[in-house]
Design a protein around this ligand. Structure first.
Ligand SMILES: *Cc1c(COP(=O)(O)O)cnc(C)c1O
Length: 364
């Protein structure tokens, strides 16, 4: 007996929606969800295991609802004068974003984002009953202060998403654009900085803009540069009043004692965990150089992935790579595919497999 969704009294606004679903396949080279290809260093792994052992012994009690130690560790890592009262964390930055939409979105409210952008932004928006409004980008997927201001004035959103640097295009967003968006909106401005650690040295983060801007939120994650995707730990930095709003919507004890212990222990080894960022940047820059040599176009990237164009039939190229045990991402942009920068060996395998696929897969 197998029913389908249409047999259930599902919420009307969820009918017809598609769940997030990047393929999870057992292949040799996985370059489809922008994970850090390097395992976490042994010294950090040992500390994490020790911390977990301690946490298990106290697991008869509920965890610290305020994850005090973890917030202290995250504030130290974030720098920029951040204090623990400005930090919120949850099971991945996706849950952080969900808390934000639960608090500041909801039925009758709207969230503005600029497609193409992270696919979870519209999904979380919809699942909280908020209406997604899609703005348009400038040429080259850029976002100028004028463009964001015009869209905000035209649509008057309750929440604005800026993904900086943007997934799936790799495009950075300047602090001038973020300042302009904040000045134009009466709503909450969320700057998703999931990939900020891969930006060039000296890139200004939106953290510098927090003082005096109580509706500005910067979200971050340990899933990408930190090589900690499997643990599920995301966080945000904002005015302490925003943190109070998060307490209204989170479930009690949402961060398990194990998650808190693992993340706190890992943050003590931040330097070791981030040690591969330079190597990943080099592989990204190699993709930016070598994909054009194979006849494809590339978009500038401040992240650990590259969006490339000139693909005649993305589905077919995706499939041919998969037959060679290389998994990348079809993000639904015509004639484009996205690939994560892997280890040197994985990146080589991808480039070799792509070169082997028929040259007829390219378009001008
Ligand atoms: C990967 C990614 C995240 C991270 O999600 P987690 O839930 O923290 O794993 C957030 N935002 C963007 C834009 C991403 O690409």
């Amino acid at each position: 007996m197998v029913a389908s969704l249409s047999d259930l009294p599902l919420r009307d606004d969820l009918r017809g929606l598609t769940p997030y679903g990047a393929p999870q396949l057992d292949v040799r080279v996985r370059l489809n969800v922008n994970e850090n290809a390097h395992p976490i260093p042994e010294v950090a792994a040992r500390s994490v295991v020790e911390a977990l052992a301690g946490a298990v012994l106290g697991a008869n009690r509920y965890p610290d609802r305020e994850f005090t130690e973890l917030r202290q560790a995250l504030a130290r890592y974030a720098g920029h004068g951040t204090v623990p009262e400005q930090i919120w964390a949850a099971n991945g930055s996706n849950e952080v974003l969900q808390h934000l939409l639960q608090a500041f979105g909801g039925p009758g409210r709207t969230a503005l984002g600029f497609d193409p952008t992270y696919s979870m932004h519209p999904i979380i928006t919809a699942s909280t009953g908020t209406t997604w409004v899609s703005g348009e980008r400038d040429a080259g997927y850029e976002l100028s202060p004028g463009t964001v201001t015009e869209w905000i004035e035209r649509t008057d959103p309750d929440v604005v998403f800026l993904c900086s640097p943007n997934n799936p295009t790799g495009t950075p967003v300047s602090n001038e654009t973020i300042e302009a968006a904040y000045a134009a909106t009466r709503g909450v401005l969320i700057v998703d900085e999931a990939y900020i650690e891969f930006a060039p040295e000296g890139t200004r983060t939106a953290l510098a803009l927090l003082p005096g801007r109580e509706r500005l939120v910067v979200s971050r994650t340990m899933s990408k540069a930190f090589a900690f995707a499997g643990v599920r730990l995301g966080y945000l930095l904002a005015d302490p009043a925003v943190i109070d709003a998060m307490r209204l919507v989170r479930l009690p004890y949402h961060l398990s004692a194990l998650t808190q212990a693992a993340a706190t222990a890992a943050l003590a080894h931040a330097d070791a965990l981030l040690a591969n960022v330079d190597d990943i940047r080099r592989q990204r820059d190699r993709l930016l150089t070598e994909l054009p040599e194979l006849g494809y176009t590339v978009w500038p990237s401040h992240t650990n992935f590259v969006l490339f164009g000139g693909v005649a039939d993305p589905r077919q190229t995706f499939q041919r790579l998969l037959e060679r045990s290389v998994l990348i991402r079809d993000v639904g942009i015509a004639h484009h595919l996205r690939v994560t920068a892997g280890t040197e060996a994985e990146t080589t395998e991808f480039l070799t497999a792509l070169a082997e696929t028929d040259t007829a897969t390219k378009v001008d």
